[in-house]
Design a protein around this ligand. Structure first.
Ligand code: ATR
Length: 328
């Protein structure tokens, strides 16, 4: 098991955590509650101690699930959650991003209540509120630290400039961004900045939303939010081209007699000592595979082959609307 500190918080976790979003929505229907709780318990038994959720995942359902699962186990888990994006409770539609102090206070109280805890270990601004300065939002979050409601502050999908401005107000423990063999946009600006400010990267979608595991084929396409226009890499044409690139990951995996998912996760962890990752899964067998990625080694030549893939990927990470919410 690879243990890494989150920023300079003194909080050390298994570098392979668990992204919990898919247990509630986006990747097909929600996992049945007792099964989901069983998976979360098993994850703790297997050494996972960093669990990532957000106010918006299942509009509270995901946090409520973790709250129920972690009753009596709070000391065994580091809980990360996020606020900012607002959804219409009746339709689920996204209606804006609010980084005001009032919204931070409302959201943190709701998250604490759903998570059934009196502190959140790592609290992220989920997407930047372009209508107000980051200093205002981080200033509000700093008060939550002082009040003991949250232990550390993170930003998700923030630019290098935003990270620097934020860290002048309060230490930033982590940036959470998409980062994988296929998604390396943050290498130019954000990764060097994280080193400068002493923060970690928490890499989400390290498996390219499942694509890098080799589980998808021309016949077996995901029939969920990845199949609509929201995910250009899964759209007709791009999908086939990207699957051809996955063959290169599979061939390295086959040579090492390991899973493609393990290659994808190992690649992420090899890219920096301050990188943690939170692959999402709803299945115990996949969780076990993912945790095994800490044990494998990739040669320089294998890393070089994988490094060459991102430039050939077709399609943006999100559609135009999704990309507009990224602070690049
Ligand atoms: P996100 O961060 O958005 O959750 P991700 O971690 O890149 O995205 O990928 C999550 C997807 O990969 C999920 O669809 C998950 O499906 P299951 O719930 O069925 O596991 C899939 N996934 C995760 N680990 C996997 C593995 N080892 N093999 C195959 N698919 C896996």
């Amino acid at each position: 098991m690879i243990t890494r500190e989150i920023g300079q918080t003194g909080i050390s976790v298994n570098a392979i955590g668990l992204g919990c979003m898919g247990l509630s929505e986006f990747y097909g229907p929600a996992t049945e509650k007792s099964e989901a709780i069983g998976l979360l318990h098993k994850a703790i038994d297997l050494g996972v101690n960093h669990f990532d959720t957000a106010e918006m995942y299942g509009m509270g359902a995901n946090e409520a699930l973790l709250g129920e699962a972690f009753a009596g186990k709070r000391d065994k888990v580091v809980i990360a959650t996020k606020f900012g994006p607002l959804r219409d409770k009746s339709t689920g539609e996204f209606v804006g991003i609010d980084g005001s102090e009032a919204n931070a206070r409302r959201a943190v109280e709701e998250s604490l209540s759903l998570l059934k805890t009196d502190y959140i270990d790592l609290y992220y601004m989920h997407r930047m509120d372009q209508s107000r300065p980051i200093e205002e939002t981080v200033g509000a979050m700093a008060k939550l630290v002082e009040e003991g409601k949250i232990r550390a502050i993170g930003l998700s999908e923030a630019s290098a400039e935003t990270l620097k401005r934020a860290s002048a107000v309060h230490p930033i423990a982590a940036l959470q961004s998409e980062y994988s063999i296929f998604s390396r946009d943050i290498e130019a600006a954000q990764l060097p900045t994280l080193n400068e400010i002493g923060a970690s990267l928490v890499a989400y979608s390290p498996l390219g939303r499942g694509m890098l595991t080799g589980r998808f084929t021309a016949e077996n396409r995901p029939a969920d939010f990845r199949s609509g226009d929201y995910q250009p890499r899964f759209a007709d044409g791009a999908y086939e081209a990207n699957l051809a690139l996955v063959e290169e990951i599979k061939s390295i995996a086959d040579g090492l007699k390991v899973e493609a998912a393990q290659i994808a996760l190992r690649w992420v962890l090899n890219r920096g000592d301050n990188i943690l990752t939170i692959p999402g899964t709803t299945k115990l067998a996949n969780l076990q595979v993912n945790l095994g990625s800490g044990e494998i080694e990739l040669s320089d030549a294998q890393m070089a082959t994988l490094n060459a893939l991102a430039d050939k990927v077709q399609g943006a990470r999100y559609n135009e609307q999704g990309m507009a919410s990224i602070d690049a």
